[in-house]
Design a protein around this ligand. Structure first.
Ligand SMILES: [Zn+2]
Length: 65
């Protein structure tokens, strides 16, 4: 792994928080369209079991619950 790669991973990790409970225990659930044909990465929180979606490097609420 390069230094650049390590930094990108760190940034990714820092921005990676559950929008509901702020837990970092979120896992990639799958990809699907969200209000458009674009594919978004859905994540499931291991703590509160809520689903969030990755938009512009941030996890946001899906508004499903
Ligand atoms: Zn959560």
């Amino acid at each position: 792994m390069t230094f650049k790669g390590a930094f990108d991973n760190l940034h990714h990790w820092l921005a990676f928080k559950c929008p509901y409970c702020k837990s970092r225990e979120v896992f990639l659930q799958g990809y699907q369209g969200y209000h458009s044909d674009e594919q978004y990465a859905y994540h499931l929180c291991n703590r509160c079991r809520e689903t969030s979606v990755l938009v512009n490097d941030r996890l946001i609420k899906t508004g499903r619950s």
